[in-house]
Design a protein around this ligand. Structure first.
Ligand code: GCV
Length: 823
């Protein structure tokens, strides 16, 4: 029997839907009376949330009380308040300030379920944990569960600009800023804080790390206080990114030298001013001396000098500085084979170990380059023994498909967090290093770059929300498995249907590897257009420039030699046990081979095939697996509400088409570069394809696409101004039957062309190219597939495409592909 799908949903509720579940699975009848012992803003939020959740999921009249227990109840209480009761209850493990304990006890003769928090925030997290169990249909009988977060800092960073745009944001406009000011309506900011709190996130920095100095202007600060008001009920601390040149840029000083007493005094006064308005302000995030941002190097000072001047201003108020280790020279000389951007963070920060104040946390991207689909763990994470650190993960999918491609990142994050850096001894995984356990640091934690926006789905994709969920969950408990997290998220988001939950969880779990296999396998980096969108393929954009994301592919081979013996020496930044893993070809795992070694295309991998054949195979396999995601999703029709079903299906269909664009771009490019054929004969051969430039053109003209590999055979057609409409046609020359027809066209963001497809003068499909892909050109970002299913064709039929251009989008078409059967 099919489970009744819930009514149409937009995705806005994310995993906090509180859809009816019934009490059958929970193993008990839960009290409908919620008692709060003690009082605080966060405790009241916790009580309201519990009522809201139980009401939605279990129904029944809910009642609440404060400080009195008259019947069986769910009791919310902090540990200090519990200790005032005539009870002798002791949790099995320490709660710490943010931990909680779910347990049953008799209070004043009544059977009660207690949610005990170390502080009020612990109570709130306990409430969400109980609600999560109920939503998942878990047994909540005889509870006795203690949980505490792995690390004290679990923050998200937003990269929102004051004008309302979001750097690397793919979910619409900012929910925080518009037109240079804080938005009048912060309802969504408050809703966001609720989502964050539900997975234990306790801080949010609201503005871009490429920070606008105006953030610190005295007339702007009262606006910031409104964010804190929206976050406070949820125990989420407000923090902001600051421009390091602010003392000069907005403070009127002639310098921002961190060792100048006037500068230190300016920061001190500015921080005091902030805390007068926002007493629970969290602190600052700093990006300095990076990608054109000002920094201490202007005065010959170090990142420690810079971080400490801020830290000393924040210290009396309990604030912290997250100083980002993403500092590198983006004008590196690419001709010098010893230059290596990957070395920058360690080279700069390792010598400063021990020089940072104790309220500074060095925030380190998980890999040494920049959020690529596969990177080794940053050696700096194991290279700071006397400094607090946090790992920076990227929730927003900048290099991993920008939420248009499904790419669930928990499996990658788990690999990073579980990786043993052998920092002085065995058993020093990243999760312990950042939690301060390895070197006994007082603070540290996890930072996720989230970049939610005004889109109803927050990230622009319903399925991508699993990444925010997963970030919160791994930051709370890095020992959770990616599979468990995927299951949890799916059940909360789509319900407990016996087919839906495992199907979606399996899709999520497969998706990172799928994305990797059609974009950048073997550790070469995401072979994307690194100079622009970071989205579609753009293989040569990495090379011959100072950005240092080189893969060094040429006619002979591919990969960066980062060995100690012959390369850049990057491997030498790791502890010896890790050096041994990467230094030799014999040991180096295939998945990171090209990150560490330059090899010829015919080098044979541990997997038993040559590098070039692996490149071909993985791209063909990956594109097929992307298509399989579509089929998997289709198997859920009728089990998921229609609205979310249709939205997700359209995204997955798009992804499957774009995976082919990736596949073909990379295979064509490497075929030409290596001169080595695909042993399976696929690369460069498309038997079902009719190139647009070879069709009969009326008005349309052929042109060369750049980069060439992003169009089939490097060419496409466009309808040049002033033409109002153009056509391209050809005759079908295969046996009569039912076919699927793919039209590959380019959907730029500077026009909305119309397309019509006719078979023997009969209109069979029409559409408008009105997506908002990140390009104004026909290229690998805009190349899009329109699939027309079930087309009856007879030999000799004319297939005609009519393109009607709009503004600068000249209805470009790449090819038509016809398949003998519906795929
Ligand atoms: C906010 C990458 C991104 C930039 C980002 C930077 C950073 O380079 O492309 O948009 O800037 O990382 O993390 O600071």
């Amino acid at each position: 029997m099919l489970a009744a799908p819930s009514s149409a949903e937009t995705g806005a509720a994310a995993w906090l839907r509180y859809a009816p579940v019934g009490e059958t699975g929970s193993g008990r009848t839960l009290p409908r009376h919620v008692v709060l012992l003690g009082d605080s803003l966060v405790l009241r939020t916790a009580q309201q949330e519990l009522v809201r959740g139980l009401d939605g999921m279990l129904g029944g009249a809910m009642s609440t009380a404060t400080n009195q227990i008259k019947k069986n109840s769910i009791v919310l209480v902090t540990r200090p308040d519990l200790d005032k009761l005539p009870l002798s209850l002791h949790p099995a493990a320490a709660l710490g300030p943010e931990g909680f304990w779910l347990t049953d006890a008799k209070l004043h003769g009544h059977d009660c379920l207690l949610i005990i928090g170390g502080t009020d925030r612990g109570v709130l997290y306990g409430v969400f944990a109980l609600l999560r169990k109920i939503a998942e249909g878990a047994n909540v009988k005889n509870l006795n569960e203690v949980q505490a977060p792995a690390a004290p800092f679990r923050w998200v960073n937003q990269w929102d600009n004051l004008n309302g745009t979001i750097e690397r944001g793919y979910g619409g406009k900012s929910i925080f800023f518009e037109d240079g000011a804080v938005r009048a309506d912060l309802t969504r900011a408050a809703d966001y804080a609720r989502l964050l709190a539900s997975v234990g996130i306790n801080g949010c920095s609201v503005n871009n790390v490429n920070a606008d100095p105006r953030m610190l202007q005295s007339d702007f600060l009262p606006q910031l206080a409104r964010f804190a008001d929206a976050f406070r009920p949820w125990g989420v601390k407000l923090s902001i990114s600051v421009d390091f040149s602010s003392p000069k840029a907005v403070g009127g000083l002639s310098t921002f030298d961190p060792l100048d007493p006037k500068v230190a005094e300016w920061w001190r006064r500015k921080v005091d001013e902030i805390y007068r308005l926002i007493p629970d302000f969290g602190g600052f995030v700093v990006k300095a001396d990076s990608e054109g941002r000002s920094g201490p190097s202007s005065y010959g000072r170090s990142p420690a000098d810079a971080a400490n001047v801020l830290a000393r201003a924040l210290k009396p108020h309990g604030g912290v500085v997250f100083y980002r280790a993403f500092v590198y020279n983006h004008h590196l000389d690419w001709r010098n084979p010893k230059n290596d951007r990957a070395k920058a963070a360690y080279d700069i920060f390792h010598p400063l170990d021990g020089k940072f104040d104790d309220n500074v946390i060095v925030q380190i991207k998980y890999g040494p380059i920049d959020f690529q689909v596969r990177e080794p763990v940053s050696p700096l994470l194991g290279g700071l023994e006397k400094t607090n650190e946090a790992v920076e993960l990227q929730i927003t999918q900048e290099y991993t498909g920008q939420q248009r491609h499904l790419c669930f990142l928990a499996p990658m994050w788990k690999e990073v967090l579980d990786f043993d850096l052998h920092a002085g001894r065995d058993g020093t995984p990243v999760k312990d290093l950042v939690a301060g356990k390895t070197f006994h640091r007082p603070i540290g934690g996890f930072v996720g770059v989230a970049n939610v926006g005004s889109d109803p789905t927050w990230l622009g994709s319903i399925l991508a929300m699993a990444n925010i969920y997963a970030f919160g969950r791994v930051a709370w408990d890095p020992n959770l498995s990616a599979g468990a997290i995927a299951q949890e998220w799916t059940r909360l988001t789509f319900g407990n249907d016996r087919v839906v939950a495992p199907t979606i969880a399996a899709m999520q779990l497969a998706s990172w590897h799928i994305y990797e296999s059609y974009t950048g396998p073997l550790g070469a980096g995401t072979l994307t257009n690194i100079l622009g969108s970071h989205y579609g393929p753009g293989i040569e954009s990495s090379e011959r420039n100072g950005w240092g994301q080189w893969h060094r592919a040429d006619h002979e081979g591919i990969g960066m030699d980062r060995t100690i013996a012959t390369g850049t020496g990057f491997i030498g930044q790791y502890w010896p046990a890790v050096q041994r893993l990467y230094e030799t070809l014999a040991q180096c795992p295939d998945e990171l081979l090209l990150f560490f070694h330059h090899v010829p295309y015919d080098y044979v991998l541990h997997a038993g095939k040559t590098v070039i054949q692996y490149i071909y195979d993985s791209h063909y396999d990956g594109a097929e697996e992307a298509q399989k995601l579509v089929e998997d999703w289709k198997s859920l029709k009728g089990r998921v509400d229609e609205e979310r079903y249709a939205t997700v299906l359209a995204q997955l269909e798009y992804q499957a088409g774009h995976a082919i664009v990736w596949r073909d771009a990379i295979c064509q490019w490497f075929l030409r570069m290596s001169g080595i054929a695909d042993v399976k004969g696929r690369a460069g051969h498309y038997p079902n394809r009719v190139e647009a430039e070879s069709m009969e053109l009326s008005g349309y003209v052929s042109f060369n696409v750049t980069p060439w590999e992003t169009a089939s055979a490097g060419k496409a057609i466009e309808c040049p101004a002033p033409a109002k409409s153009c056509t391209a046609s050809f005759h079908f020359d295969r046996p009569a039957g039912r076919y699927a027809l793919d039209v590959e066209y380019f959907d730029q963001n500077n026009g909305e062309s119309k397309f019509r497809v006719y078979i023997a003068d009969r209109l069979i499909d029409e559409w408008i190219a009105n997506d908002h892909l990140p390009t104004t050109k026909p290229d690998g970002d805009s190349s899009t597939r329109r699939r027309i299913q079930g087309v009856e064709l007879r030999p000799g039929d004319e297939i005609r495409i009519e393109g009607i251009p709009d503004r600068d989008e000249r209805a470009p078409v790449d090819y038509v592909e016809i398949f003998p059967a519906v795929r």
